[in-house]
Write a protein that binds this ligand. Structure first.
Ligand code: ATP
Ligand code: MG
Length: 227
């Protein structure tokens, strides 16, 4: 589903954010992307959605070479993704349900259908009872869940999250990660950039470690297999 072949990304002719990265993520896989601050995690995710372009190497999403993509095709590429950024970008003046439904309405779905899908997505993340609340009226963990619901409401092929458990208490971080596993079980290829060692150690999944823009580890940790 995702292939990076000898991908490098150099910012401002001097900062090497990714250095000859080769990585393959099959359809349906779950990957934790780990590494210190500045290791290149966010850069890697941003190349996948063409928020940025590789300086060299090949990036393929579903067989499509992103270097060949026209600007006008970028929205279509992004629709294949569900994306949760660190900054959640929820609209403060819109309710939880409106925030989730809006993601579909922007893509041209009618209000009724959008709200029905939003209700299903909110049910999946366990927040249907907060549909009428404003983002400011719910907790940080719940806001994260709304962002996740919004990211999956259009049933993407690939889900990417950048630090989805940052600054959350351990039990909430665990809950959110369980949710990501659930999303993955729907068949959605999932990549999660995280610093959260407890989360990575607790769930036996593939871990790709970046250090200074290079992949230094790519292992399937098999402590226990949860089904
Ligand atoms: N737009 C940019 N312009 C210039 N340098 C950048 C840009 N984005 C990232 N960098 C640099 O590229 C390197 C990789 O950054 P990146 O944000 O990918 O790391 P990260 O692994 O996500 O770090 P963190 O854990 O802090 O989020 C860093 O040295 C960073 O300063
Ligand atoms: Mg980052």
């Amino acid at each position: 589903m995702i292939v990076l072949r000898n991908v490098s990304k150099v910012y401002d002719f001097s900062v090497t954010a990714l250095d000859d990265v080769t990585l393959s993520v099959p359809k349906g896989d779950f990957v934790f992307l780990v590494g210190h601050n500045g290791a290149g995690k966010t850069t890697l995710l941003s190349l996948l959605v063409r928020a940025d372009q590789a300086s060299s190497g090949v990036v393929l999403v579903g067989g499509q070479d992103l270097a060949m993509l026209r600007e006008s095709d970028i929205p279509l590429l992004r629709r294949r993704f569900g994306i949760v950024f660190q900054d959640l970008k929820l609209f403060p003046g819109k309710t939880v349900a409106e925030n989730v439904a809006l993601a579909l309405q922007i893509q041209g779905h009618t209000g009724r259908r959008a709200y029905q899908s939003a209700a299903e997505a909110l049910e999946l993340v366990g927040l249907q009872h907060k549909s009428s609340s404003l983002p400011g009226q719910i907790s940080g963990g719940e806001q994260r869940k709304v962002a996740i619901a919004r990211a999956i409401v259009h049933r993407p092929e690939i889900f990417i999250a950048d630090e989805p458990t940052a600054s959350l208490p351990p039990d909430t971080a665990w809950e959110i990660t369980t949710l990501l596993m659930q999303i993955n079980r729907l068949g959605i290829t999932t990549l999660v950039a995280t610093h959260d060692r407890d989360v990575v150690d607790g769930f036996s999944r593939r871990v790709v470690a970046l250090d200074n823009g290079r992949i230094v580890r790519d292992v399937q940790i098999g402590k226990f297999q949860e089904n």
